[in-house]
Design a protein around this ligand. Sequence first.
Ligand SMILES: C[S@@+](CC[C@H](N)C(=O)[O-])C[C@H]1O[C@@H](n2cnc3c(N)ncnc32)[C@H](O)[C@@H]1O
Length: 222
Amino acid sequence: MKLANIQMTSEEARVEKKNILTEVSDYYTQKLAEHGRTAKGVDWNGVESQTLRFQQLCKLIQAPSFSIIDLGCGYGALLEYLDNLYTEFSYLGVDISEAMIESAKSRFQNSKNAEFIAASEPQRLVDYCVASGIFNVRLERSEDEWASYLLNTLDVMDKSCTKGFAFNCLTSYSDEPFKRDYLYYADPGWLFDICKRKYSHNVALLHDYNLYEFTLIVRKAN
Ligand SMILES: C[S@@+](CC[C@H](N)C(=O)[O-])C[C@H]1O[C@@H](n2cnc3c(N)ncnc32)[C@H](O)[C@@H]1O
């Protein structure tokens, strides 16, 4: 696959990424304003599929106690999911939308094990990093531009964790009539190959949970 920023200087790539993040942040801030702190407020169809995604991503977690970054945390729905399953963990929710972060902070103001920050690059090293839904909405960006941005963000995830990371994408195997121009449909085989060659020998591709998407789990060696 040809990638758009191969010819760019690092300064041009930095400005380009900043522009993408602003567009994406505006999109989700608008969704939150329309639908509030609900699954629709982070652009999902409903709670059921939102939770099903968390189930896939959390297959990454193998320790009873752990630290985790939720990149693109929205209003913090994953924190509630984790709270129901685990007692010993620390959670950092990171989102580019200030409005999402404000919403999450007010929802979880009494959580002692959680923090939320408005950012795109968490400056912290944790056990695990997960991202649900951050690679779907490319708006006016070309496929190449979005693919470059996606790969750059995987580097960010990789650098932020010691035990592994997991993320989901809409699948290129989606039925054509249902595809939308402003969404990005990734080729699962292409991304599996990149993760396997670049990040770890231990990579799992989950494409068996009845959504038009897949999850990649990258486990780092101990
Ligand atoms: C589809 S929503 C999902 C929210 C949450 N993960 C959930 O499943 O409930 C995606 C969220 O990721 C945020 N986001 C998108 N790209 C991001 C990035 N590169 N860094 C941080 N946040 C990002 C958006 O602002 C939005 O709140």
